[in-house]
Design a protein around this ligand. Structure first.
Ligand SMILES: *Cc1c(COP(=O)(O)O)cnc(C)c1O
Length: 414
């Protein structure tokens, strides 16, 4: 184990998920320089099927059998990726009618699609009822709308209540539950929701609890799962309705920044086994579900941008690349980061070159367009390929691609 001390600054977790060949990174069985030729342009994102499959398999092997895995497709909504995931996991979580369309087009079973999101339009709810998907209801308004739609369409709306719990997920990059929040229905307001569900004859299926995202501390995730389970059990009693679906959330993080290490799944697996054991007795009809986005796809993807210019400014090397913040907002530090830190980055066609300290920037006219700040990287030349690791989630769809009018990025699943 590599324990950082005062003398050794914190390091990035080893980006050893991809093979290497002749000083180049290998993706989808192809050396990076050749892959760039076959894509036909830079910048591009490449997602590695084998890596995604391996990640799902690793979860299946580690977590207890019977724990269902859902893919939250907002992490990576590329249709080819959603199609791949639809064949690997037990369900797809969508957050808009647009995502619902992609999931259905990809062949996902509507019965195994759930639809969350704090601002669902009436038209979106209508589509959801017509499609027969489960709606994770986030407000009393949605219940009323769903009841009307069910009557109109002659289909009972399938609902799970998204609960805003009375606890928070500790150590999460993004908290999405506990305290006053726009997500879910406050625990205190649930009696009203239960009353409405009984009166409106909606098809109640269970609860959705999502405490937060990007968590690397197994014990915090276990605690949130445990508290979520306890809460759901208590609520099931109050509701007097059978719980068939219990979404315990996700929040599994991946290491992005120096000092972060990969999540330890073993304690999470033990914790889930214990909860599953209890559920068999206490909520025998309930399927236990985890919903994960970035954990499935984040480490399987890279962003590749070509070095246009190598500039020396007052002793510092700057690689000016053909893409940056416009395609990869999170690597620039402008998506959910308070203090900017470097993503793991390398020169993907020159892994073995001698190292130098350099900064890498994108082509935009703003100092925010920064991909690497004074990192030790292989010395690069014009035409080389800068690679940003951990880029399979929250990439193009979470970036301001129209900003400054450069061409949109290309995505490939390899
Ligand atoms: C964003 C989101 C997810 C996925 O989060 P990741 O950090 O990508 O795993 C899952 N569920 C809900 C409700 C979300 O909003």
């Amino acid at each position: 184990m590599n324990t950082p001390t005062a003398k050794t600054p914190p390091q990035h977790a080893p980006m050893d998920q991809f093979a290497r060949d002749g000083g180049e990174l290998v993706l989808g069985g192809q050396r990076l320089s050749l892959l760039a030729e076959r894509v036909g342009q830079t910048p591009f994102y490449a997602y590695d099927r084998g890596q995604i499959r391996a990640r799902v398999q690793q979860l299946r092997q580690t977590l207890p059998q019977g724990i269902e895995l859902h893919y939250a497709m907002k992490a990576n909504p590329m249709p080819a990726v959603v199609g791949l995931m639809a064949g690997l996991v037990d369900g797809i979580d969508v957050a808009s009618a647009g995502e619902l369309k992609v999931a259905l087009d990809a062949g996902a079973d509507p019965h195994e699609i759930s639809f969350a999101g704090p601002g669902k339009r009436a038209a979106e709810l209508r589509q959801a009822v017509a499609a027969g998907v489960l709606v994770n209801v986030e407000s009393l308004r949605e219940l009323t709308l769903l009841a009307g739609l069910s009557r109109e369409l002659g289909l009972p709306g399938r609902v799970a209540l998204r609960v805003n719990p009375d606890f928070e997920l500790k150590g999460s990059g993004m908290k999405m539950g506990g305290g006053p929040k726009q997500f879910g229905i406050d625990v205190e307001q649930l009696p009203q929701a239960f009353e409405q569900i009984r009166a409106l004859e909606l098809q109640f299926e269970g609860f959705h609890l999502f405490a937060g995202s990007q968590n690397l501390r197994a014990e915090a995730i276990c605690e949130a799962q445990q508290k979520s389970y306890e809460l759901a059990l208590r609520l099931a009693g109050e509701a007097g309705l059978p719980v068939r679906f219990l979404n315990l959330g996700g929040g599994f993080g991946i290491p992005y920044f120096p000092g972060e290490t990969r999540l330890d799944l073993a304690p999470i697996a033990d914790n889930l086994a214990a909860l599953q054991q209890r559920a068999r007795a206490e909520m025998p009809e309930a399927r236990l579900v985890l919903e994960l986005g970035r954990y499935f796809v984040g480490e399987a993807g890279v962003y590749v941008t070509r070095v246009l210019d190598r500039k020396l400014s007052r002793g510092q090397v700057f690689l000016v690349c053909d893409g940056g913040l416009n395609h990869h907002l999170s690597a620039s530090g402008n998506f959910g980061q308070v203090i900017r830190k470097n993503y793991p980055v390398t020169i993907g066609n020159r892994l073995d070159a001698p190292r130098e300290t350099l900064s890498a920037v994108g082509p935009l006219c703003t100092p925010l367009d920064l991909l690497a700040e004074r990192m030790e990287l292989p010395a690069a030349r014009e035409g080389d390929l800068l690679v940003v690791f951990q880029s399979g989630a929250y990439g193009p769809s979470a970036s301001p691609q129209a900003f400054l009018g450069h061409a949109p990025v290309v995505e490939v699943l390899v």
